[in-house]
Design a binder for this molecule. Structure first.
Ligand code: AMP
Ligand code: MG
Length: 401
């Protein structure tokens, strides 16, 4: 193995190139939350689709209620979802509900609060202007308007608009499918008492959640022992139907490195990246399928996911912004960092007290409880070894888009 470290940016570029753009599929609107629209969305109906009442009240001619009080016969009752049987005649009113079509001949709606609420005859107490309380057809969207551009992330408001325009499906890049597999003979699942040397498996649960949070579909194979045959047997039946195989453990410099043993010389390149945590990494293609192999220490695995895997998945989904939000912050306490490696220390950011970040826990990559109470990574550049309290640093949030 070479002693030269791979730069973070170079490994990142390798991983980014592995997972190509996901194919465009027509997906039910209700399933599109968090996906990216793949084509411009053009309205084929106007919004609103017809002139309708903005109030519960009475459709009238404004001229008929110019001098008040005035009494008008109520000749129709129009709830939402129905239309009047005929036009509004001069000197009459139609009782109308919010969202119901304003009848031909009416040019305004008097809200019920400005009347006596009569059902046979209504007394109107205040005049209205022409157009008052009427929502015009196409006021919001005209037919032919491009309402959403290709590339826009689909949130609740975008899905609501698509539904309002009558779309049942939307063209989106589908979610990348990720097979998550942990390795290690020491790993056991929940519900059993630990024998000496055993630990509860955690990376699988964590990485599958990270995949889902990124917008992907995770299939959690959970874990296999450090045995190359069992490793291959676990992935073989699932490999063809996924976009990425994501493993953890078995890639460092020791003996029994099952992932390394299974993939070395078979399309996956193993390297040591100039970062802490997360040095040992692998990436490549096995039997045509993208493979990324993360180190086993839980903090290393999760930080590696944030740095390398998440941006690659986001790019594959069509997001133009693939990185988490970042901010500049001042350190509340001094930290040290190894020379020649980018350090990603866990931190808690406080926007209220003047953008201060507090290092949480030490640099140890086994300190999972510190990660769990952090909301950002403090990024210390390769050449920096000491940072005094008060120094401005870059933080990369562990949430948000
Ligand atoms: P490895 O990269 O396989 O040498 O593992 C490094 C450290 O991470 C060891 O202490 C392992 O026990 C631990 N580890 C590896 N995989 C997992 C996992 N899936 N869940 C929890 N800890 C793990
Ligand atoms: Mg291991």
């Amino acid at each position: 193995m070479s002693n030269t470290l791979t730069r973070v940016a170079d490994h990142k570029a390798r991983v980014a190139g592995l997972v190509g753009a996901m194919p465009v599929v027509e997906s039910p609107v209700a399933d599109c939350l968090g996906l990216v629209l793949a084509e411009d969305l053009v309205a084929t109906v106007p919004l609103p689709p017809f002139d309708n009442s903005a109030m519960d009240g009475y459709a009238v001619r404004a001229a008929d209620v110019a001098s008040v009080p005035v009494e008008l016969p109520v000749v129709e009752d129009i709830p939402a979802g129905r239309t009047a049987s005929g036009p509004l005649a001069a000197g009459t009113a139609h009782r109308i509900m919010t969202g119901a079509p304003v009848p031909v001949g009416a040019d305004a709606v008097v809200q019920v609060e400005w009347t006596d609420g009569g059902t046979a005859v209504v007394r109107v107490d205040r005049p209205v202007a022409v157009g008052q309380n009427v929502r015009r057809m196409a006021d919001d969207v005209a037919v032919g308007t491009t309402v959403l551009r290709a590339g826009v992330p689909l949130g609740p408001a975008q899905l609501g608009l698509a539904a309002a325009l009558g779309f049942g499906t939307l063209p989106v890049r589908r979610r990348p499918r990720v097979l998550v597999l942990s390795t290690g003979s020491e790993l056991v699942g929940p519900g059993v008492a630990l024998e000496p040397g055993q630990i509860y498996e955690s990376n699988g649960v964590m990485l599958a959640a990270a995949v889902r949070e990124a917008g992907g579909e995770a299939e959690l194979l959970r874990f296999v022992p450090d045995d190359v045959e069992q490793f291959h047997a676990a992935i073989a039946p699932r490999l063809a139907s996924v976009d990425l195989l994501l493993t953890s453990g078995g890639v460092s410099a020791g003996a029994y490195e099952v992932v390394k043993d299974a993939f070395t010389g078979r399309g996956v390149e193993f390297t040591k990246v100039a970062m802490q945590p997360g040095g040992p990494q692998g990436a490549g293609r096995y039997q045509g399928v993208a493979v990324a192999t993360l180190p086993g220490n839980p903090v290393s695995a999760q930080v590696s996911f944030e740095v390398f895997i998440r941006p690659a998945l986001r790019a594959a989904m069509g997001f133009s912004r693939v990185e988490r939000p970042t901010a500049a912050a001042r350190l509340s306490a001094p930290i040290t960092s190894p020379a020649g490696r980018t350090q990603f220390r866990r931190g808690a950011y406080d926007p209220e007290s003047g953008r201060v970040v507090t290092p949480v826990g030490g640099p140890g990559s086994h300190l999972l409880s510190a990660l769990a109470v952090s909301d950002c990574l403090i990024e210390v550049p390769e050449d920096v070894t000491e940072l005094a309290a008060g120094t401005e640093v870059a933080v990369r949030f562990l949430h948000g888009e």
